[in-house]
Unconditional design. Sequence first.
Length: 255
Amino acid sequence: MIDSRAELDSSVEVGPGAVIGPNVRIGANTVIGPYAVIESNTTIGARNHIFQFASLGTPPQDLKFKGEPSMLEIGDDNQIFEFTTLHRGTEGGGMVTRIGNHAFLMNYVHIAHDCQIGDHVVVANSSGIAGHCVIEEWAIVEAMCGVHQFCSIGAHAILAAGSKVAQDVPPYSMVAGGERARLVGVNLVGLQRRNFSPETIAALKAAMRTLFYSTLIRADAIQKVLDEQGQVSEVRRLVEFVQKSQRGVVGRERE
């Protein structure tokens, strides 16, 4: 069932029983599986595969939502698996939920209103991302994780399976913990797979030791890191992430 106000490229494939509502735009060579629902106000780019029973573009689960014409925007080359739910934005969060390019969202994933998901992000089975969260590029959320609203997950970070995240996760890091996630260290395997140099990885390890395991207060730790490893762009990005954090950063238990 395709609403007359939907716009589909001529190369789009739509499976039996799928429902596509008004103000939906779907780009070239995208496949919509059987019984998937794309409710309204959703833009989907090229070469995506939306698997059976996925639910996209539905109203946000937010009591403040009053029917505003908010949007869901999905980029190119994403795979969105069975029973995944992606909700539109709210007025309080900028009116748009965004999924970047090359995302891999496994079955039963929930991404709530106003989330901003970067390129090459993986979210594994049955993980829930609450509203207003940011997940930067190449981050991995393993199975059955829960991420509190307004949290940010930094680039190239990984959340171990079952992690409960209530604070920001620094880029390039690994966190784990079913009661409350804590910093484990550098996401070594992920960085090696993405061809980060040994020198960059060593600089990140040293920076994290200073930032999260030394006895220095935050301001002094940041200055020491900038003095010793500040010439490395990835270290500067790590420091900027910590400085901008509004919820506090996973791993600094003393704070």
